[in-house]
Design a binder for this molecule. Structure first.
Ligand code: DPN
Ligand code: CA
Ligand code: ZN
Length: 328
């Protein structure tokens, strides 16, 4: 590969030369970091505490929702994200999407990742969808910690009022001009990633906008790198990626299962209990921090990072690391 040859030549010359980054198309991508699951769990504890302090839920129009938005926004603002609250009205109440842009990258080539931050009104919504929300937050914080400078511009979204019919994500996509929609080259969705009797599902690209296969493959590769077998699933209109797919934006995502029942074949390859729902507390008051498989949360979040690093074209090395025998 070109970059390797360049490095060999530089090493042989024994001169202080900084190797220039290889052309974009040839640049190998940086391996994604392993996201510490304890950090994701800490965000889930915070979301649980927010629900507990606000009537037991984080639902649209309730104070626990806005407190959830403020928690995520505060963490992102502190590390240099450009955040915006996108407000909308639904059921006579103000709803909020949080949009967070990581400065840099090609503004005409945007990769988005998101998930819904609202819960149903009967419970705290820790697996649905504290799990995806917390994973996205920790991955976004890791982007900042590493000062990642990918080729694509990275944007994260936390959606409101998903549980009432994909309201927030639909309003966001509808708020964009045709030109703003056209620069979004992909959207990756995470809705339920810590199911207590977990599955490792990747959204099927079949019937999705052209380009969705690239996202499906990146997510499958992430699980494969961890030795975790996957199944494809057709999520259809059941989560926020559908709002993007309707605008012809390539989509994908991962999912650990909701009310569906784990088969014996699945229990054999994934562990857990056959004949039982992936998430027995789906849309119930028992969807608390006790309703989380740490293994599932860890794996799905690591795969999220793996896919974002590869799909965004994270560079193999920074200019400093490229420097071989550099002058002090
Ligand atoms: N959209 C989900 C909910 O919030 O209830 C559940 C779900 C996610 C179902 C992904 C299917 C696939
Ligand atoms: Ca991890
Ligand atoms: Zn959900």
């Amino acid at each position: 590969m070109r970059l390797r040859q360049a490095l060999v030549l530089v090493a042989a010359s024994a001169l202080p030369i900084a190797v220039l980054t290889a052309p974009a198309s040839a640049a190998p991508v940086l391996a994604a970091p392993d996201i510490p699951v304890a950090n994701v769990q800490a965000h889930l504890t915070a979301l649980q505490n927010i629900a507990t302090a606000n009537g037991g839920n984080r639902a649209h129009g309730r104070p626990g929702y806005k407190a959830s938005i403020d928690y995520v926004k505060g963490k992102l603002d502190a590390v240099g994200y450009q955040t915006q609250l996108h407000t909308f009205t639904y059921n006579g109440t103000t709803g909020y999407n949080l949009i967070a842009d990581w400065p840099g990258g090609d503004p005409n080539n945007v990769l988005m990742a998101g998930g819904h931050l609202d819960s149903v009104s009967v419970g705290p919504g820790i697996n649905d969808n504290g799990s995806g929300s917390a994973g996205l937050l920790e991955v976004a914080l890791t982007v900042a910690k590493q000062n990642l400078q990918p080729q694509k511009h990275l944007r994260f979204g936390w959606w409101g009022a998903e549980e009432l019919g994909l309201i927030g994500s639909t309003r966001y996509v509808n708020s964009l001009t045709a030109a703003q929609r056209a620069v979004i080259k992909g959207y990756v969705n995470f809705d339920m990633t810590g199911s207590p009797n977990p599955g490792y599902f990747v959204y099927s690209s079949s019937g999705q906008p052209a380009g969705s296969t690239t996202i499906e493959n990146a997510l499958k590769a992430g699980f494969q790198a961890k030795g975790v077998p996957t199944e494809l699933t057709s999520v259809g209109g059941r989560s926020d990626h559908a709002a993007f797919a309707r605008a012809n934006i390539p989509t994908g995502g991962t999912f650990s299962g909701a009310e569906g029942i784990k088969t014996s074949a699945q229990a054999q390859k994934w562990g857990g209990t056959a004949g039982l729902a992936y998430d027995r507390c789906y849309h119930r008051s028992c969807d608390t921090t006790s309703n989380i498989s740490a293994t599932s949360l860890d794996r799905h979040t690591d795969v999220m990072a793996h896919a974002l690093w590869s799909l965004s074209g994270a560079p193999a090395r920074t200019a400093t690391l490229d420097c071989v025998r550099c002058p002090l």
